[in-house]
Write a protein that binds this ligand. Structure first.
Ligand SMILES: [Zn+2]
Length: 245
């Protein structure tokens, strides 16, 4: 495998996951047949069940901003605890239909919050083109979560989807729900010729048994010559520490 072995999609009790960050770390380090170098915490933000209903932009920034800061504090603390053993990335998963009206506000928040990447879920073609127009203005990598490309964009050719993503540098998540990934071979056959980064994510919620499929998922990507396309997001908190030092 040429790229870094990260599982960038894990939920914790902060949203709807059952395992704590420490439990997730232990479970990944216990895996046989694979040396996981890092995991991404990727809880649902900007729509968590604990939040009050948010109807205007000011409330949106205030309520969800505070929530995201609390979330990041937990991740940063875990990052210190696991230093030298496992890299911990701060990601989040955002529901596109629920948040698409708030994109300018959300991007502003992202400039301030040191999230390392964002996965959007339930993105349709109109959403992908909208995201593509602004993806390079985000301070961190932007990707599509658990997307069956043919189902999500039924009227668009794979070629057009991949070109749109490549031009906008939107990455694609190879999600555990599509394991074995060969079920989506037509899409994975298109990817090697294009500059689309790929992340691997099990979307861990309450059952860590999904992690056992990580070796097979990475193996598949390697066979498809996609190992060198794996996403390696810079850790933004570390960058800001380095800049201020
Ligand atoms: Zn998820």
């Amino acid at each position: 495998m040429t790229g870094p072995i990260y599982n960038l999609h894990n939920h914790t009790p902060f949203s709807d996951g059952a395992l704590t960050i420490d439990e997730l770390c232990e479970a990944h380090l216990d895996l046989d047949g694979i040396d996981v170098a890092g995991i991404g915490i990727c809880d649902h933000l900007f729509a968590t069940p604990t939040s009050r209903e948010v109807s205007n932009e000011r409330d949106y920034a205030r309520i969800f901003g505070a929530e995201a800061r609390q979330y990041l504090d937990e991740i940063f603390a875990a990052r210190r605890r696991w230093e030298g053993k496992l890299r911990i990335f701060a990601g989040c998963e955002i529901n596109w239909p629920l948040n698409k009206q708030m994109m300018p506000r959300l991007r502003e928040l992202f400039n301030e919050l040191k999230l390392d990447y964002v996965l959007f879920e339930f993105v349709d073609w109109a959403g992908l083109t909208q995201l593509a127009n602004q993806a390079r203005r985000w301070p961190c990598p932007v990707g599509l979560a658990h997307t069956d490309v043919q189902e999500a964009f039924p009227n668009t050719s794979l070629d057009q989807v991949v070109r749109t993503m490549a031009n906008a540098r939107i990455f694609y998540e190879a999600n555990w729900k599509f394991h074995p990934l060969d079920q989506h071979a037509s899409w994975f056959n298109v990817l090697p010729d294009h500059r689309v980064r790929i992340s691997v994510g099990t979307d861990t919620h309450d059952d860590e048994r999904c992690l056992k499929d990580l070796p097979a998922m990475f193996e598949y990507l390697d066979q498809r010559k996609l190992g060198d396309k794996l996403l390696d997001p810079p850790i933004r908190e570390m960058e800001s520490i380095a800049q201020s030092a």
